[in-house]
Design a protein around this ligand. Structure first.
Ligand SMILES: *[C@@H]1O[C@H](CO)[C@@H](O)[C@H](O)[C@H]1NC(C)=O
Ligand SMILES: *[C@@H]1O[C@H](CO)[C@@H](O)[C@H](O)[C@H]1NC(C)=O
Ligand SMILES: *[C@@H]1O[C@H](CO)[C@@H](O)[C@H](O)[C@H]1NC(C)=O
Ligand SMILES: *[C@@H]1O[C@H](CO)[C@@H](O)[C@H](O)[C@H]1NC(C)=O
Ligand SMILES: *[C@@H]1O[C@H](CO)[C@@H](O)[C@H](O)[C@H]1NC(C)=O
Ligand SMILES: *[C@@H]1O[C@H](CO)[C@@H](O)[C@H](O)[C@H]1NC(C)=O
Ligand SMILES: *[C@@H]1O[C@H](CO)[C@@H](O)[C@H](O)[C@H]1NC(C)=O
Ligand SMILES: *[C@@H]1O[C@H](CO)[C@@H](O)[C@H](O)[C@H]1NC(C)=O
Ligand SMILES: *[C@@H]1O[C@H](CO)[C@@H](O)[C@H](O)[C@H]1NC(C)=O
Length: 678
């Protein structure tokens, strides 16, 4: 390690020699500056107080040694603050945020936060009911602070965001928010509120988001809420959401009524909410909806009805044309039938989730939903799909039929969907993969078959899925005969990866959660690794073989079926040979890439060594140069969460030219570049 550092120091020195030195500005910091306050410890050299040996008072003296212009955030955690005085923060010109967590607070002078934009108390205890006045404060949190009353906030003229989640608030004074003219978002979830004065928000014309989840409201009614855009009333013991409730919600976009006790909701009630785009009625006690339930919700885009008990869905219609809804979900809904007429007016739907119902026959159900991209009918009772079931679903990419007692799959059912990319047929009692080989699934990339009863597979099974890149065979009673081993080997050669896990609810269809295994892991060394010399290339799919027509049977003669093993052997060879040209093309690209990487590396190392040698204190033979590690897929730092999918830098970020896409398995195994001694 030290040697390493020395090497770098030497390198730096060598470089410094080459460039003219830049004059360094002398340090101008006053000697008194401290990064923490008296009697306390701070974290990370910031004004982040984490421990004090006594209760503290925050006043102007407290921060006298702090570099105030440079402080934008002040935080306290696990402290006892006897008092926060009016001028405590008044000399911080750039203070944006104050956070006080897990602390005990005596009293706060009303104007203590007069020049602060955001204040967050979380899990704090207050001896006195806070009463705040501020000209600048925009955001205020009192999360889980055991408050029984709403603090006095009417001096917060600029407040736009208030979070009072997780307190013991029961009653709300009619004037609690009367002077918060700018309030836009109000969180009152997880309290004990049982009643809201109907005119509570009479002055809050800008209130757009109101969150009241987990209170005991029973009934909701506000007569001054025309401007609400988001209303969340999850788990509020509502037994009724009627016309009176909805009357004033003319601007509402997003309504969350999940986990209540609603037995009915009428089309008339819904008709007041003309702007509604998302409605969540999941986990109520609904048993029937009228056909006109959404008849006036022209803007409805997303409908969630999970966890009710319907038996059947109504024939949804819109008074003036078709819905623009793109997402519909009714999981765990007790559905027994699904007539095509239910979605007749939802032609633009792209996502339909109907898992965990009791559907047996869906042959006609999806006929008119031509834009459908995702269909989840997992865990129903479908035994058989008529070959025409999906004939109009030309846009379907993702099909989840897991958990249905299917026994086997008929490719003719799926081949009608030209862009079908994934079939999830896990836990579907499959004992034979395909019932015939009459049609091929041209675009299919993933086949999830775990938890089935497959004992064997044949090359024919995969000939009809020429684009397959990943397969999940986990937990099948596979018998690793020589034949099966050859099939697995063949799949390996074709660049098909065995995968272990797939987040089946990810949409758009995304493979970032796959866990790729090796074939060895799958067969657990029950198969010999094939050492045929013909198989040293990396063949990929031969277009002539698979892509030109639907009918793949005529290519095989009877003999093929008589002695499959020989044929398999032959196939492997033929396959390898016929792909030789393309394989060598790929190889040449790959090696070009590897070679250029090696060249660059060698040059870099040589240069480094030259510089180091010049500074003769470097012993080349003892040098232990670092390993340059290329991060693996799943360990890449800097992953970003964004709409459910994980961004990972691809080949571009690993520098160098784009690698030809062989298969991700090989990519994962991209050799770690070890620097070698030249
Ligand atoms: C601030 O509080 C401390 C006690 O913590 C006290 O000694 C000091 O005099 C106070 N300063 C002012 C300006 O009130
Ligand atoms: C509101 O406060 C609660 C409790 O501290 C917290 O969990 C939640 O994330 C906050 N909500 C927002 C939108 O900041
Ligand atoms: C509903 O609220 C109660 C408390 O009022 C809580 O115990 C329960 O866990 C909540 N249920 C859900 C689904 O959030
Ligand atoms: C709100 O309702 C109350 C009584 O329920 C009524 O006195 C008041 O006039 C209503 N306000 C508006 C704006 O409708
Ligand atoms: C319901 O609540 C969840 C969680 O608070 C939120 O993400 C969602 O947007 C809300 N709205 C609907 C329509 O579900
Ligand atoms: C609907 O509400 C349930 C329960 O609150 C939540 O889990 C789900 O994510 C919500 N759905 C949408 C689309 O917001
Ligand atoms: C589906 O569409 C076809 C043609 O557009 C139409 O004839 C048929 O009646 C529709 N089915 C239903 C149930 O609306
Ligand atoms: C398979 O489905 C059955 C019900 O159909 C369920 O009980 C079981 O847990 C499922 N198994 C797996 C591994 O998902
Ligand atoms: C497959 O096609 C052949 C003729 O092309 C036909 O005889 C056979 O019944 C078909 N198999 C299935 C299961 O449809």
């Amino acid at each position: 390690m030290t040697r390493w550092l020395l090497a770098f120091a030497a390198l730096a020195a060598a470089l410094a020699e080459a460039t003219p030195p830049t004059p360094k500005a002398p340090l101008l910091l006053p000697t008194k500056i401290k990064s923490c306050i008296e009697h306390c410890k701070c974290k990370l050299n910031k004004l982040a107080v984490i421990e004090c040996d006594r209760p503290i008072i925050l006043n102007s003296t407290t921060f006298r040694y702090i570099n105030k212009p440079q402080t934008s955030t002040v935080s306290f955690e696990n402290v006892i603050i006897d008092q926060i005085e009016e001028d405590a923060f008044s000399d911080f010109p750039n203070l944006g945020d104050i956070l006080i967590l897990n602390s005990h607070i005596g009293s706060i002078d009303a104007k203590a936060f007069n020049n602060v934009k955001r204040v967050k108390f979380a899990r704090c205890r207050f001896e006195d009911r806070p009463d705040l006045v501020s000209e600048k404060m925009e955001e205020l949190h009192f999360g889980e602070c055991q408050l029984e009353e709403i603090p006095k906030l009417n001096g917060l003229l600029k407040l736009t965001f208030l979070n009072l989640t997780g307190n013991y608030i029961k009653d709300i004074d009619i004037d609690a928010f009367a002077e918060l003219f700018d309030l836009e978002e109000l969180y009152l979830s997880n309290n004990e509120i049982f009643k809201i004065p109907p005119t509570l928000f009479i002055n809050n014309d800008n209130l757009a988001g109101l969150y009241l989840d987990n209170n005991q409201l029973r009934h909701f009614y506000l007569n001054t809420s025309e401007n609400l855009e988001t209303l969340s009333l999850k788990n509020c013991s509502l037994e009724l959401f009627d016309e009176k409730s909805a009357q004033r919600l003319s601007d509402l976009n997003d309504l969350n009524l999940s986990h209540n006790k609603l037995k009915t909701i009428t089309g008339r009630t819904m008709s007041f909410m003309k702007e509604l785009a998302i409605i969540n009625l999941s986990h109520n006690k609904l048993s029937k909806l009228d056909d006109d339930i959404f008849a006036y919700n022209t803007n409805l885009m997303k409908i969630v009805l999970d966890g009710n008990n319907f038996e059947a869905l109504p024939n949804f219609y819109l008074h003036n044309g078709d819905f623009i809804a793109y997402s519909f979900s009714c999981k765990h809904c007790g559905l027994k039938t699904l007539p095509a007429s239910a979605f007749k007016h939802m032609k633009s739907m792209t996502s339909l989730e109907l898992s965990h119902n009791k559907l047996m026959n869906v042959d006609n159900s999806f006929q008119n939903i031509t834009s459908l991209k995702l269909l989840d009918i997992s865990y129903n009772n479908v035994v058989y799909f008529a070959p025409y079931t999906f004939v109009n679903n030309k846009n379907l990419e993702y099909l989840n039929i897991a958990g249905n007692p299917l026994m086997t799959l008929n490719p003719e059912v799926f081949a009608v969907m030209p862009v079908l990319k994934l079939i999830n047929a896990r836990n579907a009692t499959l004992s034979k993969l395909w019932s015939n080989y009459n049609k091929s699934l041209k675009d299919l990339q993933k086949l999830l078959l775990s938890d089935n009863r497959l004992t064997s597979l044949s090359i024919d099974d995969f000939r009809i899925t020429p684009s397959l890149t990943a397969i999940d065979l986990f937990n099948n009673p596979l018998v690793f005969t020589e034949k099966l081993c050859k099939v697995l080997n063949w799949l390996d050669l074709k660049g098909v990866n065995p995968i272990e896990k797939f987040r089946s609810y990810e949409f758009p269809f995304d493979d970032s959660y796959d866990i790729i295994m090796s074939w060895t892991q799958l067969h657990n060394n029950n198969c010999q690794v094939q050492s045929t010399t013909t198989v040293t290339t990396i063949p990929i799919d031969d277009e002539d073989n698979d892509d030109d027509d639907d009918d793949t049977t005529d290519r095989y003669d009877e003999a093929y079926y008589d002695d499959e093993d020989d044929i398999v052997e032959e196939e492997v060879k033929k396959f390898a040979e016929s792909n030789f040209t393309r394989a060598s093309y790929i190889l040449s690209i790959t090696s070009a890439f590897v070679l250029s990487a090696v060249v660059v590396l060698t040059v870099a190392v040589t240069l480094t060594l030259c510089i180091l040698k010049r500074n003769s204190n470097f012993n080349m033979h003892e040098a232990n140069l670092p390993r340059v590690k290329i991060p693996l897929w799943n360990t890449t730092p800097g992953q970003k969460k964004h709409s459910g999918s994980v961004y990972r830098p691809l080949s571009e970020d690993l520098s160098g030219p784009k690698t030809p896409k062989l298969s991700r398995y090989e990519f994962t195994a991209t050799p770690t570049v070890h620097s070698s001694n030249p």
